[in-house]
Design a binder for this molecule. Structure first.
Ligand SMILES: O=C(O)CCC(=O)C(=O)O
Length: 304
């Protein structure tokens, strides 16, 4: 059970063995099948003699890339499938968020799947997620959470997250997208400004590494400064990071929070993300209804 007082003080909570790793299996099987489909092309492109069919999930993609880089955003579309939907509506996952978000919870439709390959040395630099969502979303501090879920065990040598406890109390560091354009993908200059500004702010702060096992769940606020670490192991660091909100209108919100919702939803709809109700009086939304909602959504205006 999440300690709400500690969460509000530290800006994050690590929940151990919330999900039985067996429940990650159906989604991992989807990934394994996708790797299998990609295998001949990757072997061909990288001049490999075979497709390493006997390598385990933790290693096969690394063998197939054989030191060649991978753009993890190419994997994000896999997060729209029935097995992923079934994972994120699981009562033990959504129930863990109830003390923070209440009984009505929506997945915002924006997640990243990150298969970080061995010797992935350019981990995502320091940032607060709200810097990317746009100025105004900092007011959603207690109305939304980020959830980071490892699909393999992770530690300091394989790319676990590092964070600065309490950094959410600094407020929004500048570098956030100004005005209303939080839909278009940030320019490299803006990304660089965000990373530099945040790195400078965290430089002399105590940091905490968060090693995790499959089945653990890290929950953090949209203002917590965090980064990934290098993956030096001979394994792929598979993880999913995703965002959930207290379903808009389901509980009282201040004017600033309502403004935060409106900026956030502008981004979500502008980018073509398709939210999914994962918990509530009406029960979680079905796969069928989520798929229909996506079919009715215009193509994303921007990605990543
Ligand atoms: O997985 C990582 O290394 C970085 C994840 C991240 O920055 C996020 O979840 O916002």
């Amino acid at each position: 059970m999440i300690d709400v007082e500690a969460f509000r003080r530290d800006g994050y909570a690590v929940l151990r063995q919330v999900i039985d790793p067996a429940h990650l299996r159906p989604f991992i099987s989807v990934l394994e099948r996708r790797v299998d489909t990609l295998a001949p092309g990757l072997a061909d492109r990288h001049g490999l003699a075979h497709t390493h069919p006997d390598e385990p999930f933790e290693r096969r993609l690394a063998r197939l890339h054989d030191g060649h880089p991978l753009d993890n955003r190419e994997w994000d579309p896999v997060l729209f499938c029935e097995q992923f939907r079934d994972l994120i509506v699981r009562p033990e996952l959504t129930g863990a968020l109830v003390p923070l978000l209440g009984e009505e919870i929506t997945y915002q439709g924006n997640a990243h799947l990150r298969p970080y390959l061995p010797r992935h040395l350019d981990s995502l630099p320091w940032h607060q997620d709200a810097q990317f969502y746009g100025a105004g979303t900092e007011h959603l501090l207690w109305q939304m959470v980020q959830v980071w879920l490892p699909l393999v065990d992770v530690d300091a040598d394989s790319g676990c997250l590092v964070l600065v406890p309490g950094s959410h109390r600094w407020g929004l560091l500048d570098g956030a997208v100004p005005g209303t354009d939080n839909v278009t993908r940030s320019s490299l200059n803006r990304q660089d400004a965000i990373y530099r500004r945040t790195a400078a702010r965290v430089a002399f702060e105590p940091m905490t590494m968060v090693p995790m096992r499959r089945g653990d769940m890290l929950v953090f606020t949209n203002l917590l400064a965090h980064t990934g670490t290098e993956n030096r192991r001979d394994l792929v660091r598979w993880s999913i990071d995703m965002r959930f909100e207290a379903t808009a209108g389901s509980r009282p919100a201040t004017d600033l929070e309502r403004h935060g919702y409106s900026v956030m939803h502008q981004r979500i709809h502008g980018r073509g993300y398709v939210p999914l109700r994962v918990r509530g009086a009406a029960g979680p939304q079905s796969w069928h209804s989520w798929r229909q909602a996506r079919a009715a959504t215009r193509p994303a205006a921007a990605t990543a």
